[in-house]
Ligand binder design. Sequence first.
Ligand code: ATP
Ligand code: MG
Ligand code: FE
Length: 335
Amino acid sequence: MIILGIESTCDETAAALVEDGRHLLSNVISTSVKEQALYGGVVPEIASRRHCEFISATVKKALLDAGKTIDDVDAVAVTFAPGLIGAVLVGVNFAKGLAYSANKPLVPVHHLRGHIAALYLTHPELKPPFLCLVASGGHSHIVEVQDYTHYHILGHTVDDAAGEAFDKVARTLGLPYPGGPSVANAAKTGNPKAYRLPVPHVDGKYNVSFSGLKTAVLNEVNKAQMKGEEVNVPDLAASFQDRIAGILAEKLLLAAADTGAKQVCLAGGVAANGRLRQLVNDGAQKLGAKVYLPELKFCGDNGAMIAAQGYYQYIAGHTAGLELNGLPTLPIDYE
Ligand code: ATP
Ligand code: MG
Ligand code: FE
């Protein structure tokens, strides 16, 4: 069964063809990230306009690259929530028009379920149940993936998402957007023990909090400035990265130990972080759990993850009518 996946929740306009939820046939990503970088973050209005310009050619190329036509596609899957609403609506409306004109089923996909499904493309042997940390630009969840369409949230951030913290710290340090890759890059030559950053206290055993950590980085910059000095950017980047990756890994591994998870996974944009991958790998091995990490190209937003999850939503019977709407927010465990 071939699913076309369409994604447009942030600054990536993406489309892909995936067979049976596991086998990648094509994967096309158009992005306005360079334009967004001029503003130090995503400007929603610009994202929507670029989606509108890019989406037809992106879907066309996904079909072409796979050597397929729309007639070969069994269903059109699209991210309908959560995301920047003006951006989401471009993808949703395009998918509706395509499903209507080609007479194909329409499958709504939750963006974070898609991030998790990226793991199925990298690891054909991975099957639920598994424990997953989904850490991205807007979310940080520790989730039990009970089966392909059922989830149980164990913990979440009480303030900033992990990716958001990377993005804001990058800005504080004068590093370019998106902050995750630029902080990681600066950290390569830094000493992670140079700055003593706090471990934020948070209620809820598996919850995380990054707002205080972000402020602590800003305080270091201000403290140095008041002395007429400058912070050492690689050192502060490395200290921050070590701390945030340490907190995320610790909470995930604590949840893994408590629930006796045999399979531990990472998903979302922050899953690309090398330090986090290393810590989770090492820690899970000590617990005797198997670790599954997404390929780097499937960590950020893409259409393949939406097509992969679209397959599982479709075979579970979750299709939508042409009245489908987009939503800015929706919990991952929605029914
Ligand atoms: P959401 O998925 O919550 O709706 P989003 O789609 O904007 O948000 P993603 O595309 O999944 O987020 O991930 C982007 C985020 O990942 C950004 O905040 C970016 O800084 C972060 N990120 C990307 N690469 C890395 C990295 N190597 N280390 C840390 N963070 C990273
Ligand atoms: Mg993006
Ligand atoms: Fe995302």
